[in-house]
Design a protein around this ligand. Structure first.
Ligand SMILES: NC(=O)c1ccc[n+]([C@@H]2O[C@H](COP(=O)([O-])OP(=O)(O)OC[C@H]3O[C@@H](n4cnc5c(N)ncnc54)[C@H](OP(=O)(O)O)[C@@H]3O)[C@@H](O)[C@H]2O)c1
Length: 325
């Protein structure tokens, strides 16, 4: 098969589109012919390398996958060749695209228990763009954040995959969604995509704007997966008793903090990691029913993975970036 292979950790020049042996499947696995694979920031971290998370090289990343079953293992009775599927990449053996070979290839091996049928109304691109971003956002906002109708949510990095998913989930439950993004163009697009308000953090202080937009009360929830210099201003956006939820640290995992905000306002700092298979199934069902709608900001052929990852690293996109083998 053809695959976009990371030969060694580092820059995008280490990605080579080349031949790779077809995956072998065990009795409880299926072989999926990939029709679309959506990028996540994790793919950048896997290629660049993360302290404490060794990845064996050469490697194929990509955990957000949709395609057709090409073959089934001897003990698999739930799926058959030709079925249209997506999947929960968190398997009992590890994460597909981080610990197990991923879907930035023509074929991928998947344990059958992680496979999820996709409804006919869902195209492969949107089915691939859903599991990680929307599964993560559902767990972060609903399970961990306990978001209620009529509450207000401020989302940093709202233009990216998880961020836009948070905006849409907030609207789905009738909360107020305030997007924070890095340019006026992205803010305009986020308003078109459903945000109630959008703050351009390249030209304004987003914590002051959050204060103003919440009638000097503070927001109920702040979603912050960027960390770095955005962390303390994010604490400042919250009302007394407000919740800060985080699932990552794109701009730095060891930010300065300010404990005064945490004790004086009795803030809750809530971590959220990953998602369950139920979260992914729920996310796909919401998308199929039209309650959520992943926005595909750019599509590339699989052979142009380096260009797609460069676009993500430059933050020059909105929504999800999809690769098509
Ligand atoms: N724990 C989990 O299970 C889990 C699951 C999924 C994702 N995550 C984490 O969630 C974060 C977002 O993931 P994603 O796939 O949605 O990423 P993404 O699509 O690349 O979006 C990230 C957004 O963050 C903003 N940003 C702010 N500062 C940034 C910086 N220094 N570098 C890059 N982007 C920056 C950018 O928007 P602006 O340019 O508009 O500011 C960008 O669009 C990542 O840290 C990822 O690792 C964690």
């Amino acid at each position: 098969m053809k695959a976009a292979v990371i030969e060694r950790q580092g820059g995008v020049e280490n990605i080579v589109y080349r031949e790779w042996p077809d995956p072998e499947i065990g009795p409880d696995d299926v072989l999926v012919r990939v029709r679309a694979c959506a990028l996540n920031h994790l793919d950048i971290f896997v290629r660049r390398g993360m302290p404490g998370f060794p990845v064996p090289m050469p490697f194929i990343s990509g955990g957000d996958i949709a395609g057709e079953i090409a073959a089934v293992g001897a003990r698999v009775a739930t799926f058959q060749p030709g079925d249209r599927v997506s999947l929960n990449p968190q398997t009992d053996e590890g994460m597909i695209g981080e610990e197990l070979l991923g879907g930035l290839a023509e074929l991928v091996r998947v344990p059958a228990k992680n496979v999820i049928a996709i409804p006919p109304e869902l195209d492969f691109a949107r089915a691939a763009a859903t599991p990680i971003a929307y599964g993560t956002a559902l767990r972060m906002l609903i399970t961990r954040g306990r978001l209620q109708a009529s509450e207000s949510v401020l989302v940093l990095g709202a233009s990216g995959g998880v961020g836009l998913a948070c905006i849409q989930i907030a609207k789905m439950v009738h909360a107020k969604a305030i997007a924070v993004a890095g340019s006026a163009e992205k803010c305009a697009r986020l308003l078109e995509l459903g945000a109630d308000e959008a703050v351009d953090m390249s030209s304004s202080d987003f914590s002051r704007e959050a204060w103003r937009l919440s009638g000097k009360r503070g927001v109920d929830i702040c979603v912050n997966f960027t960390g770095g210099d955005t962390y303390v201003p994010s604490l400042r956006t919250l009302r007394p008793g407000g919740r800060l939820v985080t699932c990552g640290a794109t701009a730095g995992f060891d930010p300065k903090t300010d404990l005064r905000f945490i004790w004086v306002r009795e803030l809750e700092i809530l971590g959220s990691n990953s998602y369950t298979q139920t979260d992914v199934e729920a996310a796909l069902a919401h998308v199929a029913a039209g309650r959520l709608d992943p926005f595909i900001g750019a599509t590339f052929p699989l052979g142009e993975l380096a260009a797609a990852e460069t676009l993500m690293e430059r933050r020059d996109f909105v929504g999800k970036i999809v690769l098509v083998p």
